[in-house]
Design a protein. Structure first.
Length: 337
């Protein structure tokens, strides 16, 4: 009887401990909504992605009166196109009008530079199409080089689209269930100013786990790929954005002159990410407390209609981030544009 009583007591204690254990808080980030790229002329850039990669998008006016507040640009209007990319990724091309704009282009080694990584069935066909479209080639020598990826050796090249946005092409055999078309997989790549500050922001403020070695590399193939001079060193952080489960990689360079690349949301060449969070007020509060630059008018979250509240901030590397929370049903918010 004593053994039975003791067993019941221990079981009750264990159950009570489980019941009292605090529930794990959800990650601040709910999903990557899409990557963003401000263009000089929407029709020109759409034609480039269609002719070079077979990616199609439909241009449309976006007459939301909250756009000037969100972008802190009184009087601005917006025309855009949302391209559907393989793997559930989306790529928004934004064409702002109604006020002055200042186009600019980064060097790949500049903090704040951004690129899409396209994994292709036929890299040579894509490069030929890009050259027909007069796309500048960034890779030293102007031809694909052999690099080491997570899946082994692969041929790769970096080029620019009409607005100077970087595109890395990687020759890769697709998975058996991969989408049709030359581009069968997509990931994101950004240049960071400092690995510690980038990890503190994305992991500490947004709950996006970034990992990587603190050691620097001088891999000559990578330097040739991105057009960096010999002797440049680099290190990387990588992770996975929830939602479409998009791989993201940040690279920090040293031993080469760098200028932080930060454009206004409306300026052609400006990259951004749109990230959906679970509690926007808390997330933005943490960012403000840490001194994050808030871009939207008066530093305030903007009611975008349809149950969506959104704000633009600047990450530690100079890139713009649209942070939003959606409480309405899908199809009734800015995320559905």
């Amino acid at each position: 009887m004593k053994k039975l009583t003791l067993s019941l007591t221990l079981a009750a204690f264990a159950l009570t401990a489980v019941m009292r254990a605090p529930a794990q808080s959800p990650s601040p980030t709910k999903a990557l909504s899409h990557a963003i790229h401000a263009v000089d002329d929407l029709d020109t850039t759409l034609a480039f992605y269609r002719n070079v990669f077979g990616l199609n998008g439909t241009p449309q006016d976006f007459p939301n009166p909250a756009v000037p507040l969100l972008t802190n640009a009184p009087g601005v209007t917006l025309r855009l196109s949302m391209l559907a990319l393989p793997g559930g990724m989306r790529f928004e091309l934004t064409h702002f009008k109604g006020l002055e704009r200042k186009p600019a282009q980064a060097k790949y080694t500049d903090p704040g530079a951004a690129s899409l990584v396209f994994y292709d069935r036929d890299i040579d066909g894509a490069v030929a199409n890009a050259k027909k479209a007069n796309a500048p080639i960034v890779t030293t020598g102007g031809a694909p080089v052999e690099i080491t990826t997570g899946k082994g050796k692969a041929r790769s090249i970096v080029l620019r689209d009409p607005d100077g946005f970087f595109l890395q092409l990687v020759q890769e055999t697709p998975a058996p269930n991969a989408p049709e078309g030359n581009v069968h997989r997509v990931s994101l790549a950004y240049t960071m100013e400092d690995a510690e500050a980038t990890r503190a922001f994305y992991t500490g403020k947004l709950g996006i786990e970034l990992t990587g070695s603190s050691a620097y590399s001088k891999d000559p193939a990578t330097l040739q790929l991105v057009g960096a001079p010999a002797g440049t060193e680099f290190r990387k952080l990588s992770g996975v954005m929830p939602g479409p489960n998009a791989s993201v990689e940040f690279t920090e360079f040293r031993g080469v002159p760098r200028t932080k690349f930060h454009l206004r949301v409306r300026d052609p060449g400006a990259p951004a990410m749109a990230i959906q969070v679970n509690d926007e007020t808390a997330t933005i509060g943490r960012m403000k407390a840490a001194g994050t630059n808030i871009i939207s008018a008066n530093g305030e979250i903007v009611d975008f209609g349809g149950g969506t509240h959104t704000i633009f901030v600047e990450d530690p590397n100079g890139m713009n981030l649209e942070i939003f929370e959606r409480t309405a049903a899908p199809g009734k918010s800015k995320d559905a544009k």
